[in-house]
Design a protein around this ligand. Structure first.
Ligand code: ADP
Length: 168
């Protein structure tokens, strides 16, 4: 069965989801009939939030968008694309520094599954500097992250950090 070029996927860690993620997800969803937001559940990576927590956050944030489906997936993204007949994989790119890595990843994925096209979507300038890893670090040191993540994520992170500090 061939892939559907009107169905796209946007894979990532989303640990946690940022306003940059929400922007790229909403822009991608406008371009396709159906968009899967695929949350990576990679046993070799350590995350701040479990796949279920990331799923719950993204579902709540994106609740109003009828053509977006948020799922978790523990395996190769190309396998998800194959089984769901996804024709296009979108990756957001911020600085040039993202590009080398993303390009190599695209080459590998194309070899694994030639039926999948990879498209790069540049970040919106105002979200140029948003990175989950930096946000986690800033939040741990008590910085105000409310301009970087959806309010729901800011609240959850505040509670999570307080709980950690009480344990310490
Ligand atoms: P990964 O670990 O797979 O890079 P991320 O959660 O960091 O996952 O990102 C998921 C997707 O969202 C990637 O395609 C990434 O490039 C994109 N992305 C992340 N932050 C931004 C941003 N500020 N602007 C545009 N795209 C972004």
């Amino acid at each position: 069965m061939s892939s559907n070029i009107r169905t796209a996927m946007l894979p990532g860690s989303f640990d946690p989801p940022t306003l940059g993620h929400v922007d790229i997800i909403e822009r991608s969803a406008r371009l396709y009939d159906r968009l899967y937001v695929v949350i990576a559940d990679n046993v070799n990576k350590s995350y701040l939030f479990t796949p279920e927590e990331r799923l719950a956050m993204l579902k709540e944030i994106l609740g109003g968008h009828g053509n977006i489906e948020v799922v978790t997936h523990s395996g190769l993204v190309v396998d998800f694309a194959r089984t769901h007949r996804v024709g296009v994989m979108i990756r957001g790119v911020r600085a040039l520094a993202d590009f080398g890595y993303e390009f190599e990843l695209a080459m590998t994925n194309k070899q694994l599954y030639p039926g999948l096209e990879v498209l790069f979507l540049p970040t919106s300038p105002k979200y140029f500097l948003l990175r989950s890893s930096a946000i986690k670090e800033m939040a741990a040191f008590g910085a105000d992250i409310t301009s970087m993540v959806p309010p729901l994520v800011a609240d959850i992170m505040k509670r999570r950090i307080r709980a950690h500090q009480k344990q310490a």
